[in-house]
Design a protein around this ligand. Structure first.
Ligand code: CNA
Length: 241
């Protein structure tokens, strides 16, 4: 355990009331949701197409049946609960120390833990809408139904997530840039920093307290002021509020 690194991170957290967290799939692996790139992640499982192809806009339009088979089997995981990382982040926000959670995750676990200001760059599988008339639908309909769910207007109902080949929501991106560029401490965790444009958000940080908490190495390790290669839940369990 990198106790020295964790102590430094804890000191930074104690000294600041302007912390921003930016995270990805690795934040939820300790809740039992596989990430994409770890050895037992989605990219290393057998499936007829690579996940990034199934999760693309053109695939969804071409083959919604297969998309939904993957969606229900792999994206919807029953009975998951927030872990120590989600809960500590919510506590830090409630204590007035953390300004925002910027996440690439689509699982809603930050909100389930009590976080309020969550910027979901890639949307959420807990919301759905018609791809033709944009009427909102309860997520249960897509996550637990069978076949391809359709709206009364005939359009296919889709999850409110950003598929590959689709742009990110500009308002959410701008708010994320706003928070990150003004943050005193930026904690980046549980993300391989391989998926753009989200990964590029780190470049907007202007401070000198950028901490990277990730199991594996990332392309930004040399860019950070502190790198901790440990499980994020373990690390946050050692951070005081
Ligand atoms: P990724 O590319 O799968 O990378 C995850 C990173 O987390 C890897 O570098 C791992 O080493 C690291 N990691 C795994 N477990 C832990 C842990 N316990 N503690 C610390 N680090 C850990 O995922 P990214 O988020 O970087 O990629 C972005 C994609 C993945 C986004 O589009 C997400 O929507 C998508 N995704 C989301 C979820 C989810 O919502 N929970 C799950 C799987 C994929």
């Amino acid at each position: 355990m990198d106790l020295e690194g964790i102590k430094k991170l804890n000191d930074w957290v104690q000294e600041s009331d302007n912390i921003v967290f930016f995270g990805g799939a690795g934040v939820s692996t300790e809740s039992g949701i596989p990430d994409f790139r770890s050895v037992d992640g989605l990219y290393n499982q057998k499936w007829a197409w690579p996940p990034e192809e199934i999760l693309s806009r053109s695939f969804f339009e071409r083959n919604p049946e297969e998309y939904y088979r993957f969606h229900r089997e792999k994206l919807v995981i029953e009975g998951v609960e927030p872990n120590r990382a989600h809960r500590k982040l919510a506590e830090l926000e409630a204590a007035g120390k953390l300004r925002a959670v910027v996440t690439q995750n689509i699982d809603g676990l930050h909100q389930a833990a009590g976080s309020k200001n969550v910027l979901e760059l890639h949307g959420s599988i807990l919301r759905a809408y018609c791809s033709r008339c944009r009427k909102p639908y309860p997520a249960d309909l897509i996550n637990h139904g069978t076949g391809v769910p359709r709206c009364g207007c005939g359009g296919v109902i889709r999850p409110d997530i950003v598929l590959y080949e689709e742009p990110l929501d500009q308002d959410i991106m701008e708010e994320a840039v706003h928070c990150i560029s003004r943050a005193e401490v930026l904690i980046v965790g549980g993300t391989s920093l391989n998926v753009y444009p989200a990964a590029g958000l780190i470049r907007y940080y202007r401070g000198h307290r950028l901490a990277l908490v990730n199991l594996g190495a990332t392309p930004y390790d040399s860019y950070a002021d502190l790198v901790i290669h440990e499980k994020i839940g373990e690390v946050f369990s050692r951070i005081a509020v």
